[in-house]
Design a protein around this ligand. Structure first.
Ligand SMILES: [Ca+2]
Ligand SMILES: [Ca+2]
Ligand SMILES: [Ca+2]
Ligand SMILES: [Ca+2]
Length: 252
């Protein structure tokens, strides 16, 4: 039989559990964004032109948390993104203002974060946790030549460009960047050709964070600006810590 104190403790614990928001868990920082992505019946054309009707149904999410570098102006950088999905892929639309586009390191595996670079962090099962040298989550660093680079389990950078179809276009002073991304689970094997992208369905929750490395002519990137707030610790640690990612909810 439970004693009275223990019974009170258990009652309080269950109240706390009931009161907690669904997406607050110990694996993630508090106050993560929650993005509801609408489903597209058809595959989209990845061409940097957002003329598919489904894009009108998705809401914009700002990329406005300054993780590294000094204050910047609206002419220097602005960014926001949308997401839609199909059974086969996640589609991301980025809209950016960047006054100078730069790709100094022509080798895609060298200092890719110090060129202008769109970073898309994806955690297939919203598990949070470390993903530096494993595939618990991916951090696709998209270069201006549309390559996707991340660190593999061999602890060196490698190309995952076969996971991401990417095209961008300038339009009215803005960069419209459209991407289609295959989603892989944590059991992804580098150097294997038998990895299979997951089939997606409504109700699934993934971890997602989007960021931009802005360089306008410096040796190192000038700003690193992301979609999630980083309340404590190193603000640029998304490439290691999936606990910073927001929740991407797939809805019908
Ligand atoms: Ca398109
Ligand atoms: Ca800039
Ligand atoms: Ca994971
Ligand atoms: Ca730039």
């Amino acid at each position: 039989m439970l004693n009275a104190n223990l019974r009170v403790c258990l009652a309080l614990a269950s109240l706390v559990l009931m009161a907690a928001p669904a997406l607050a868990d110990s694996a993630h920082e508090e106050a993560r964004t929650e993005y509801a992505a609408p489903k597209s019946a058809q595959a989209l054309t990845v061409d940097g032109v957002a003329d598919e009707a489904i894009w009108q149904e998705a809401k914009w999410q700002d990329i406005a948390n300054r993780w590294l570098g000094p204050e910047y102006s609206a002419e220097d950088f602005q960014g926001r993104y949308k997401v839609v999905w199909t059974t086969n892929k996640i589609y991301l639309l980025g809209e950016f203002v960047d006054d100078i586009l730069i790709d100094t390191h022509r080798d895609p595996l060298v200092q890719y974060w110090d060129d202008d670079c769109l970073e898309i962090f994806l955690d297939e099962d919203f598990s949070g946790g470390d993903h530096q040298f494993n595939h618990n989550a991916f951090a696709y660093h998209m270069s201006l030549d549309n390559q996707a680079i991340d660190i593999g389990t061999g602890k060196v950078a490698r190309s995952y460009s076969h996971h991401v179809e990417s095209r961008w276009k300038q339009q009215g002073g803005k960069i419209i960047w459209e991407l289609a991304i295959d989603i892989y689970a944590a059991d992804y094997q580098d150097d294997s050709d038998s990895n299979t992208p997951l089939s997606l369905s409504a109700g699934k929750i993934l971890g997602l964070m989007v960021a931009y490395c802005d360089n306008d002519g410096s040796e190192l990137r000038e700003n690193f600006i992301g979609s999630e707030a980083v309340p404590s610790g190193p603000k640029d640690r998304g490439w290691i810590d999936a606990g910073l990612f927001g929740a991407l909810v797939l809805v019908e």
